[in-house]
Unconditional design. Structure first.
Length: 372
């Protein structure tokens, strides 16, 4: 396989694991350079990984760079992705694809017009945890799927001051954190038909509590939603509910369940690649109801990538390009989920259902034998 040359835009904290994995683990990728607004940060990151420090203009003009990996904050995704596509580069971006559905839809159309690939995180659904659940559902272990439930909590109070982007539009609890659970579930269950939701911003103006306040400022404003709840009807007819609570105490205690006619699955933390998938077999007689679930087995893992494998979406996309097949962490999946999240917000505002216009093809399950 020809190695795909990669340029990285954005050198924040998430770039370490991405660049390290793309250099050391995913051998079909050749990371050649990085760029960002702060030249000093770019030089430090380039020296750390022995790659080129580049300007944005140099990176987009370099004809030898095949893929741009965009690790910038969501509010600038649209302009960077559009420029990269117009420069003839394939693009893989950190989540969310953009900070609104219309712009995401525009970028998908642009990538298709130019014959280029556009992929988006999160790629955690390619890890062993979710892929074990995919196999269980596809093998009929829980029978016909009839429902799902998601409850995610996160103490954003401790993060708002140091991660300013999660206070900005497009960085709300659903877009920055809930997207992991939605990607995991939708990769298994397919697209939604409509959603009815509520969203709100608890305590939008808050005082700085730690030693992180900018000079002459004692408070900050949250410009997005930190609590979301919704009922979702999938195109398959399956009904489910989600709650994302960013005004909660730490630690995170994610709960994700898929219910079927023969059993239940509990999925691991969707922000991680590995973790246990717990299977509860349905009872077949009334006498065993009291003991059901006492010793729910953990399903054996038959898939790779249980450790932090961020960047696997880039590697899988590169392989898909070589093999002339669809890539799994697709922009159409990411765009559909962005429309869904926007739909929860608009439903809350209008007090009406939001019907989905977008769709996507469910990504093909991994066999467990793939090496990216």
């Amino acid at each position: 396989m020809t190695r795909n040359r990669v340029g990285v835009v954005g050198v924040g904290s998430i770039s370490d694991i991405f660049i390290s994995n793309m250099i050391k683990r995913f051998h079909d990728l050749d990371v050649v350079g990085c760029t960002a607004r702060n030249a000093d940060h770019v030089r430090a990151k380039a020296e750390q990984f022995n790659i080129r420090a580049m300007t944005m203009d140099e990176m987009f003009a370099d004809p030898t760079i095949d893929i741009i990996v965009n690790l910038t904050p969501t509010p600038v995704h649209y302009q960077i992705i559009k420029r990269a596509l117009e420069s003839g580069k394939h693009v893989y971006t950190e989540k969310s694809l953009t900070d609104n559905y219309p712009q995401a839809k525009e970028l998908v159309l642009l990538s298709e017009e130019k014959g280029l690939r556009l992929g988006s995180a999160p790629d955690t659904f390619l890890g062993s945890g979710v892929q074990t659940a995919v196999a269980a559902v596809e093998n009929g272990m829980i029978g016909e799927v009839t429902g799902f439930s998601v409850m995610l909590n996160r103490g954003l109070e401790l993060l708002y001051e140091t991660l300013a982007f999660i206070r900005q539009p497009g960085g709300g609890i659903g877009y920055d954190y809930g997207i992991y659970a939605l990607t995991a579930l939708f990769s298994i269950l397919g697209p939604a038909a409509e959603v009815c939701g509520f969203s709100q911003t608890n305590r939008p103006v808050r005082r700085y509590q730690f030693e992180t306040a900018p000079p002459h400022e004692d408070s900050y404003t949250i410009e997005n939603e930190n609590v979301m709840a919704a009922a979702i009807r999938m195109r398959s007819g399956v009904l489910g509910s989600v709650t994302f609570n960013g005004d909660s105490a730490f630690p995170d205690r994610p709960y994700i369940s898929i219910q079927g006619t023969k059993g239940l699955l509990q999925l691991p933390d969707p922000n991680q690649f590995g973790g246990n998938v717990i299977f509860t077999q349905g009872v077949t007689d009334l006498g065993s109801i009291g003991t059901a679930g006492d010793q729910d087995p953990i399903l054996p893992v038959h898939h790779r990538y249980a450790e932090d494998s961020r960047g696997i979406g880039v590697a899988e996309m590169a392989k898909a390009i070589e093999e002339h097949r669809p890539h799994r962490a697709s922009a159409t999946l990411a765009t559909h989920l962005l429309e869904l999240l926007d739909g929860i917000v608009s439903s809350s505002q209008s007090q009406r259902y939001a019907r989905m216009e977008s769709t996507f093809d469910k990504p093909e399950a991994l066999t467990g034998q793939e090496i990216f």
